[in-house]
Design a protein around this ligand. Sequence first.
Ligand SMILES: [Zn+2]
Length: 268
Amino acid sequence: MPIDDPTTATPSEIDEELARLDIEHAKAQDALNKLTARVQRLVNDGMAEYATELQPRIEQARQTIVECEAAARPLDAEFERRGGWTRAWLVLNTGGHVHRTMACRTCFPSTRFAWLTQLSGHDETEIVEQVGKAACTECYPSAPVDIRNRPSRIKTPEQLAREAEKAERAKAKAAKAITAPDGTPLHTKGYGQIDTEFTARRSYADALAYARHLARASIAHHRDTIAEYREDARLILAALAAKHGRTEDDLCAELAPKVEARWKREYK
Ligand SMILES: [Zn+2]
């Protein structure tokens, strides 16, 4: 997420944004290289007029590169202004080590790294603590032996992104879900267990509309059934009120038109 004021941002926030800009920059550079190569081939093959059509995309890639560099500048400046902070990189191989710098002499120019921005600015002891046996001995020479024997608890950016996605999905699901006010499943007599708010609202309207229908037919004859459906409606209303922190009266008024509509459509 773009950072409005780098001076108040945490090292992790700044590095996370720098890492994002790095990736966007690399993608644009890659696109630019491919487009330029295509233009060259077209010109060589005497089809320069087709090369012109690629010009807007080339401009777009150049523009992205310039924007990424401009966005990174104040963030790099903030890193300098604070006298730097700790950073950690994970080598993307099976059993890859964590390094304090990509310039570590145990690595190669072709080594692929994941930037562990969640560790930026953290104490080195703490980083080693989390990284355990994945800590590079060259980068973290002072790490105690017992910590070196521990398994790594480090998560790659991909793992973190997957976890965030999962949490997001769980949140979306929770937003649609409904339970009884005490968190247990919402059981009703006429509609069974109700799991979603959508079903709860529809069942509420139906229960009251049906109860009204039966009451018109014969209160004496349907007394028990009417009471059951009213009780279902009451349970659903309590669940909805608890979920949204609203009063039952308030929700009852909101749902009244739905009850009316249901009654007219289904039972009148
Ligand atoms: Zn190292």
